[in-house]
Design a protein around this ligand. Structure first.
Ligand SMILES: *Cc1c(COP(=O)(O)O)cnc(C)c1O
Length: 413
């Protein structure tokens, strides 16, 4: 059989399978909740798609709540309590009880609050902060500054080496649940237990796991966690992030950014600082209301969705995409850096590829939108609420076509 015939036969079988899988998918109807075009959007792990009902809700925030009610909206439209109210909406998606999550500020700012507060809780005599050496850069930059301010030393460590790097000097370990580049899922329960066995605190960054897979913050005894809301949670560009503080640490949580919104009596306007109780203590200044209420509206798409169902579909989608890539793409042109084992896989597939930049440019021109992590990684994010199996098949097929147009620079090193 010629190569073309093989590909055509494979495509026939895979397309038919995709159609059957989509027809049986309990989440398939959720796609209609999103503003999407005929392309394949595989970048929801960078910027989630817009739910179609959101613009009208934001219009109301602007014209009625702000335009007509003006200052009254702080009470009458629930602006003042939005950070905790929206935190409680995110809580079930990450396995937290109500009252433990506050929404506000960026992930970067929340990393700072969490790392400094965790170092303060760990107490004297522990002077090391372990940081995932492969982390998204902002986490590392912020942790380094937090360490300088608090007199700690940064210990960069590959996630697999965390257990052996822990010791009596460890105050905090700042870890990523899913690696942003490779899509590798780290062992949150196991690593959290190891950090606790060393007497330290675990701070988890959930940017690439929240909304894609079960997290179990309370169940696994995580100390503090942060995450963004504009990726799998579809909160919109620059949507505010969140901070989780375990109930047992709330009374000891000592914010390095104790703005007036975190005061027990913010309108008392007293010169002395008395922190509020509970998750309110994680606030800083006036909340970013328009972004925050955009996020609140966007979270409606999760009503009635079980995270377990999202995870099941995510794994089926990434398995199927990898199978299609294997069937369509000539051997040696791409290698997956995403683990094959389900227990180690997030909700994206990262393919190492020569000439990754022009390949991704052509993919995007042909309606398959992923992204690039320089120098050589093609990233494809699978968001189970709006990506289907036919999308996965088409993305792999277009990738094979694009690679056919770009001559191989030789076997991958
Ligand atoms: C996306 C992401 C961030 C983003 O931080 P911002 O402050 O929102 O820019 C931080 N950390 C990780 C691991 C991320 O994936």
């Amino acid at each position: 059989m010629s190569e073309t015939t093989t590909t055509t036969t494979a495509a026939y079988g895979l397309r038919a399978r995709a159609a059957r899988l989509d027809a049986a998918d309990p989440l398939a109807a959720r796609r209609d909740l999103f503003a999407l075009d005929d392309g394949v959007y595989l970048d929801g792990n960078s910027l989630g798609a817009l739910p179609v009902h959101v613009p009208a809700r934001v219009q109301d925030v602007l014209t009625r709540q702000w335009g007509e009610l003006r200052i009254r909206s702080w009470d009458e439209s629930g602006w003042w309590t939005a950070p905790e109210r929206i935190g409680d909406r995110i809580a079930p998606l990450v396995g937290a009880a109500a009252g433990r999550i506050v929404v506000g500020d960026s992930t970067s700012v929340n990393v700072f609050k969490a790392v400094v507060a965790a170092a303060r809780i760990a107490g004297e005599g522990r002077d090391e902060i372990l940081v995932d050496a492969t982390t998204f850069p902002t986490d590392g930059y912020i942790a380094a500054s937090a360490a300088r301010l608090t007199g700690h030393r940064i210990v960069p460590v590959a996630p697999a080496d965390v257990p052996s790097a822990l010791g009596p000097r460890t105050a905090v370990a700042l870890l990523n649940h899913v690696d942003y580049r490779s899509g590798r899922l780290h062992d949150l329960p196991g690593l959290t237990a190891a950090v606790h066995a060393a007497g330290a605190l675990a701070v988890w960054d959930l940017c690439h796991s929240a909304g894609a897979l079960p997290v179990g913050l309370d169940e696994h005894g995580v100390d503090l966690a942060v995450g963004c809301t504009y990726k799998y949670l579809n909160g919109g560009p620059g949507a505010p992030a969140y901070l989780y503080v375990a109930e047992r640490h709330q009374a000891a949580f000592d914010s390095p950014l104790p703005g007036w919104n975190s005061h027990a009596d913010p309108f008392g306007m007293t010169p002395g600082y008395t922190p509020a109780d509970g998750s309110v203590r994680g606030r800083v200044g006036t909340p970013d209301i328009v972004s925050m209420l955009t996020l609140e509206a966007a979270l409606d798409v999760w009503d009635g969705v079980e995270v377990a169902a999202v995870r099941a579909k995510s794994l089926a989608l990434t398995d199927f995409f990898l199978e299609c890539v294997e069937a369509y793409v000539p051997a040696g042109r791409v290698t997956s850096v995403t683990p094959a084992a389900h227990a180690e896989r997030g909700s994206q597939v990262a393919l190492r590829c020569d000439a990754a930049e022009p390949v991704m440019r052509r993919l995007i021109e042909r309606g398959v939108v992923g992204d690039l992590r320089r120098p050589d990684v093609l990233r494809f994010g699978f968001t189970p609420l709006y990506v289907g199996f036919a999308d996965a098949e088409r993305a792999a097929r277009v990738l094979a076509e694009v690679l056919g147009e770009i001559p191989s620079p030789g076997p991958l090193a």
